[in-house]
Design a protein around this ligand. Sequence first.
Ligand SMILES: [Ca+2]
Length: 277
Amino acid sequence: MTGLDWLTTYYWRVDEVNNTNPRSPWVGKVWSFTTADYGVVDNFEAYNEIAAGQPGSNLVYMTWLDGFANPNTNGSTMGYPTGSSLEPARVHGGSKAVPLIYNNATASFSEVERTFASQNWTSHGALSLSLWFNGSPTNVPGQLYVKINGVKVPYDGEAVNLTRQQWQVWNIPLASVGTNLQSVTKLAIGIETKGATGTLLLDDIRLYAASRQLITPVQPTRMVWWRTTRWRVTPTTSPERTMVHCPAVLSSPLARLAKPFSSTAWTTTWIAEQRRP
Ligand SMILES: [Ca+2]
């Protein structure tokens, strides 16, 4: 199933249909699920330490390009330069965060950038981009910023937050960013201000539909109906005596609902229909 909004409760029902039986249809109970309230841009969980060129290699600094090779222009280093490049202990989510090391002693900025194949940041009801960072008391702070498609958005909090050794979130309202959010191909994170040096841990870059404080119980507004398009009943079993059971796959993550599925017990194909009453 595709095209679902985040932070939305969907309801669905299974009705058994037999056009040759006057008692048809047999109406099922209403089920529901609620989608997550965000989408992941990067949580740094997929990166590893496998050397470049080796099978499975996914080095964080090969995706997030830094200034390691040209520090006089760009003072950034993505990932620890020795040992494991990723941070395994101080994480916001999962088991990995990444250090962004910045040094504006010579360079005027320290920036890392990754590219995308083109992401639509207006889909699913996205309203904001959020970024978690964690500083250090030894940091010399500067102006933190992101660039979306090259459009710079300066951090609106106090620069001293870069010296706080705790996870802090920066929420960026997307409506204020003057770029084509339907086609995002580049995201950069940087620190400017001459003389700024230090390390910021980064984690959980997400797109949010709304702040989590807005979650409230809702009335059914959108129905996802599941209907049978064909089925087979054994000669000794009449359909009206037989319940249509919810296949287990329906309780699985939404990603597994992306395609019609079959119930092997009934040789049944189910198709989702989303209706808006
Ligand atoms: Ca993580």
